[in-house]
Design a protein around this ligand. Structure first.
Ligand SMILES: O=c1[nH]cnc2c1ncn2[C@H]1C[C@H](O)[C@@H](CO)O1
Ligand SMILES: [Zn+2]
Length: 374
């Protein structure tokens, strides 16, 4: 799809346009002020003493995450996970997450976290999921229909609890959990380490995404899809390693890249996060430009709003600035994401027809009849 510079599209238009978020970590999206308050409450020592200055703490997270490596980026989560060990803290963080997403114009979100990381003060896995769901329910009720939110349960790929977490996700499938994921350091921890969990989920007709193709290349993506059966790819940005662009501009897709495009496998791209971990050198050079031109099923996501100092509005706006995208492209990303959500088909369709298309109508004119099929 060619970029159509859109001088008429303002940042405020992007803020107000409906947006869909499939890849956002609960423990990567706390308000800095909440980290400060909770750390004081539980006596967690923060790595910097900002003297009550929440903005300074926010800058510390962004600077520390701006590390050029996924492993160092992940070290910052010690300080968010540490303050999310009680039911009250989890509920608060989950409720504020919904409030922040509503303020950002997000109409549908799947928010993930790893329940196994929240057991240090004695909560059970079930109590963790219940506490998060309570916060989401409170946030959604206060938003009076402006947002739909689901949980994704993540298992940490270096650990050995994926089967237990997969079972937990299935137990909660009708109470707010829409899917499963694995996350954490990618190099050295291939998806097939957790094959039994993925096979179990497939037998249960459940949905899952896998962080793959972020800090490691095509073998990780290949395993995630062809061994584990992932519905979507968390990041998946390294699929460009299987795409050759010749000097004359002609493009050749390798077998894996062709498969991903042909099967419309959704890529949960997170531009700002990729720049911080070194998966891309800048937003302007991010492969999202090429992959969008080639019509892969691209979705735009935040990954970790705290560590990247970002939001859906910011991610979308950075693409408007870098690639000259207009409302038509933003609507395409949004409909792509809604079509790829782990929500029943009829509910996805209702959000596309009743919320997303009307929300963009004022910006790009009425959606074409085949708008959802682009
Ligand atoms: O982008 C990521 N890649 C791999 N792992 C990640 C990423 N962002 C967050 N995580 C990890 C750190 C969190 O503690 C965990 C669960 O949300 O997932
Ligand atoms: Zn992630």
């Amino acid at each position: 799809m060619s970029a159509t510079p859109s001088p008429d599209l303002s940042r405020d238009d992007v803020l107000r346009a409906p947006k869909v978020l499939l890849h956002d970590h609960l423990d990567g999206g706390l308000r800095p002020s909440t980290v400060l308050e909770l750390a004081r409450e539980v006596g967690h020592e923060l790595p910097t003493d900002p003297d009550g200055d929440a903005a300074a703490l926010g800058r510390w997270f962004a600077d520390a995450a701006d590390s050029g490596s996924l492993e160092r980026y992940l070290e910052t989560f010690t300080h968010t996970v540490a303050v999310m060990q009680t039911a009250d803290a989890l509920t608060r963080v989950a409720r504020e997450c919904v409030e922040d997403l509503v303020a950002d114009g997000v109409v549908y979100a799947e928010v993930r976290y790893a329940p196994e990381q929240h057991l240090e003060d004695g909560l059970s896995l079930d109590e963790v999921v219940a506490a998060v769901q309570r916060g989401f329910d409170e946030g959604v009720a206060a938003a009076e229909g402006r947002i739909v939110v689901r949980q994704l349960l993540t298992a940490m790929r270096h650990a050995a609890r994926s089967m237990e977490i997969a079972e937990l996700a299935v137990q909660w499938r009708d109470r707010g959990v829409a899917g499963f994921d694995i996350a954490g350091a990618e190099a050295g921890y291939p998806p097939t380490r957790h094959l039994d969990a993925f096979e179990y989920l497939q037998r249960e007709n459940f949905h899952f995404t896998i962080h793959a193709g972020e800090a490691f290349g095509t073998p990780s993506i290949w395993e995630a899809l062809q061994w584990c059966g992932a519905d979507r790819l968390g990041h998946g940005v390294r699929i460009v390693d299987d795409i050759t662009v010749a000097e004359d501009g002609s493009v050749e897709l390798g077998r894996l890249a062709a498969y991903v495009r042909d099967k419309r496998i959704p890529l949960e791209l997170c531009p700002a996060s990729n720049v911080q971990t070194g998966a891309a050198t800048s937003v302007a050079e991010h492969p999202i430009g090429l992959l969008t031109d080639l019509r892969f099923r691209i979705t735009v996501n935040t990954d970790n709003r705290l560590m990247s100092g970002t939001s859906m509005t910011e991610e979308m706006w950075s693409l408007v600035e870098a690639f000259g995208y207009g409302a038509a492209e933003l609507r395409w990303f949004t409909i792509n994401a809604m079509k790829s959500a782990f929500l029943p088909f009829d509910e996805r369709l209702a959000l596309i027809d009743e919320v997303i298309k009307p929300g963009y109508a004022g910006l790009v004119g009425p959606a074409p009849a085949d708008g959802a099929a682009r």
